[in-house]
Design a protein around this ligand. Sequence first.
Ligand code: SF4
Length: 321
Amino acid sequence: MAERNPVKQGKPAKRGKPAKPRQAARPDAAPAQQAGKTAAAGSVAAGIRRKSDSKPTSPSKPKIQPIAKLKAGPKAGLKPAPRVSAAAKRPAAAGRRAALAPERVAELLRRLHAEYGDARCALDHSSAWELLVATILSAQCTDARVNQVTPRLFAEYPTPQAMAAAPIEALESLIRTTGFYHNKAKSIQGAGRVISRDFGGRVPQTMEELLTVPGAARKTANVVLGVAFGKAEGVVVDTHVFRIARRLGLARGETPQKVEQELMKVIPREHWIGFSHELIHHGRAVCVARRPRCADCLLEKLCSAPDKSWQSGAMDPAGSE
Ligand code: SF4
């Protein structure tokens, strides 16, 4: 009689109780019985094989996902972006509100003014026209370098008409050390031409008109309007203002234009002109681009810039000592 096959019956053998053979094997019959067993086992195995052969199951049949599930599922190799819960957004929004709180902004302005209240435009000039030309030349150049070339430039070509009529090579030669002198020479010559032709030789006093002058974008126009005419049409955003406004959390924009728009919302208009000069001086003296001197900074208690070089303790939105 063939042994009951636990595999076939699907019953696992009990632990610690090996299954007893129903009939003792005779020693003389061992080879035959062994052979028979082998044959029986073989036949059982073969039977299983035959059974599976004759009635094939389909173990590898792929499961069909519902279409909606497939559409919603992640693409192979890509992790879905983690969802940011409303609760997680709350601290960031609260931090943003605190950074722009009127009392904090007022304290920043007060401290900057106390320290740099006498800050003035560092470009030497004696008229709006000279300031316009000097500001055009200051692009990608230090004010000190511009101040080295402008005395001779203004001595040889003192008016917009004279600048418009100047040979381009002569202008290039005079301003060469300020860099980008091909483009800058074209700009100041073009500025002379437009101001002579369209504005009677006088520098215009509106943002709209100034933006028609070659070489004058918003930053240049804001400098001329603020410094030469005392008009606050916008905030000057140069490299220092751009950097420090973002460090102080007053703006997050990725371009000077966006930062200016943000500053115009958060800084009271009467501070627009002075704020720029004060921040520029602070950027040159303390809040330098690489490794700012935070230990010496009068705004340190109010600042939570990620690249601070020194931290006195917990931030105090009111900046109290
Ligand atoms: S604390 Fe540091 S990063 Fe902040 S404004 Fe001052 S110098 Fe700049």
